[in-house]
Write a protein that binds this ligand. Sequence first.
Ligand SMILES: Cc1ncc(COP(=O)(O)O)c(C=O)c1O
Length: 398
Amino acid sequence: MSHVMNTYARQPVAFVRGEGVWLWDEAGKKYLDALAGIAVNTLGYGHPKLKKALIARVESGVLHTSNLWRIPDQEAAADRIAEITGLDEVFFCNSGLEANEAAIKIARKYGHERGVAEPAIIVMEKAFHGRSLATLSATGSRKVQAGFEPLVSGFVRVPLNDLEAVRQVAEHNKNVVAVFVEPIQGEGGINVSRLDYLRGLKEICERKEWLFMSDEVQCGLGRTGKWFVYQHAGFQPDVVPLAKGLASGVPVGACVVGGRARGIFKPGNHGSTFGGNPLAMTGVVATIDTIKEEGLLANAAKVGQVIRDGLKAELGAAPKEIRGMGLMIGMELRQSCGELVRQALEAGLVINVTADNVVRLLPPLVMSEAEGRMVVERLAPLVRAFLARSSEATAAAR
Ligand SMILES: Cc1ncc(COP(=O)(O)O)c(C=O)c1O
């Protein structure tokens, strides 16, 4: 019996080697990876630039010093993040939920500074923000929350892409100080915010002097063809939590602020022992520099299009919808389809199913067009066979 706590329903496969977008299991079987460790392995596996930088970091002997001292790599990473986000200050932590926890604290402190004693944050149905008490309370999924009540208070929930719902809250709730939106919901099923909706939200935030907080933990960092989803909409948020793909597999999170959120956190307001340590920061710098040097934003847009077009050409109207941006792709079926994950593994393809009936693809940004076509070649027949089996089963049940 394994002593690892039983918190995940794991597939019985262990990947032990990787190169580019390819993985090998313990038996030497080769898989095409269209998931990137859930949007983490931005540069795929064994990228020479990341490897070289991390080896040099290990050889320096200094993996960690603590935030009692200056950390030059942290300053370099923050400069790069400020440049690509267009924002001003970066707090480093170690995960997505920590980045979101920082965002929630910033919103509350912002509220208190404006004389709001019980600040509230607007959050979205079906959003996922993490599993700490505050972030699971912000998450729009009862499954994530159940059993952990009492929830943290101060969240007001509305449906995504419904501006009128936000206007109603704005009119009636004087405690609101921020809107917190995951502009493409990942865990929730690749639900894409309309760009005019995001702009409308931003307008309300401007009018009401609320913070606009964009959880780009999963959708950010180049995956959609721009560095961040808000850049597609053409405005600057006040708070942007990041994690996952930020250091291509080295654990890291960051809460990036500008605009109204600048200067809210002061010495003593927040902290993290590991946050911003030299090892993680080396990963951040190498990842951002490589995305730039190798034109991976344009690549994500192009290869994402290849995959979406390919799936549409192969499967026609059989799926309920194929949606997404760049290399963040969801294919919604009309029935639960979790079994596709195992079938894909058997066919040498790594995918995920989320929200019960949405096949989710989040490939490394280094995937080539040819590899994108291979994802389609491997996935489409599986989906076709799955749909044929489930329509036979439905017919038999009639
Ligand atoms: C949008 C979003 N926010 C936050 C998180 C939480 O990140 P972590 O698992 O690193 O705490 C996730 C993880 O899936 C996420 O997708």
